[in-house]
Design a binder for this molecule. Structure first.
Ligand code: AR6
Length: 172
């Protein structure tokens, strides 16, 4: 069981499930959400419509359509509002609920983008720490999920996750 950090494009990952940093409408947007919808094709939006959105921190699943991934797990992370609106807890919930849904669907490999640290402005160092801690804890009890990859789009995000993983390992 392992967590890997790579720099790359999540739409290219041939894994059982990729996670989408969505918004609560689940009807698409910019950033990684836009990239995933473009690469999956228009059927993804048609599959999202009947889901009637998703509350912040929760997760819903669809097929991956034209993506190399079998499923897309959609989770709206929190918008950063200074840190006093349960943002840390809600970000933890996004990772945790996405992994639970992957587990329920017998996924062995899952890829995440850095949820909420783009347009939603969650501070990167803290966001990376929450992601790494939640994933590592989950992997200790998972039955199906055995490989989790954090797919970082840019250099700064990649380095933040590498640092968060090495801090996590030192604490163990
Ligand atoms: N692969 C991996 N990571 C990517 C990709 C990609 N192809 N493209 C961008 N990123 P963001 P959020 C990175 O803003 O902060 C949308 O409009 C990006 O560099 O996509 O959770 C939704 O509809 C950053 O590190 O997501 C919501 O309205 C990370 O993905 C809102 O944005 C997350 O950035 C969600 O905001």
């Amino acid at each position: 069981m392992s967590l890997n950090i790579i720099q790359g494009d999540i739409t290219k990952q041939a894994v059982d499930a990729i996670v989408n940093a969505a918004n609560t409408t689940l009807l698409g947007g910019g950033g990684v959400d836009g990239a995933i919808h473009r690469a999956a094709g228009p059927k993804l939006l048609e599959a999202c419509r009947p889901l009637h959105g998703c509350p912040t921190g929760e997760a819903k699943i669809t097929p991956g359509f034209d993506l190399p991934a079998r499923y897309v797990i959609h989770t709206p992370g929190p918008v950063w509002r200074g840190g006093t609106h349960q943002e840390a807890k809600l970000l933890h919930n996004s990772y945790q609920n996405s992994l639970s849904l992957a587990e329920q669907n017998k996924c062995r490999s899952v890829a995440f983008p850095s949820i909420s640290t783009g347009v939603y402005r969650f501070p990167l160092t803290q966001g990376a720490r929450i992601a790494v801690d939640t994933i590592q804890t989950f992997l200790t009890t998972a039955k199906f999920v055995e490989n989790v990859t954090m797919v970082c789009f840019d250099d700064r995000t990649y380095h933040a996750y590498v640092a968060a993983l090495s801090n996590h390992i030192q604490k163990e």
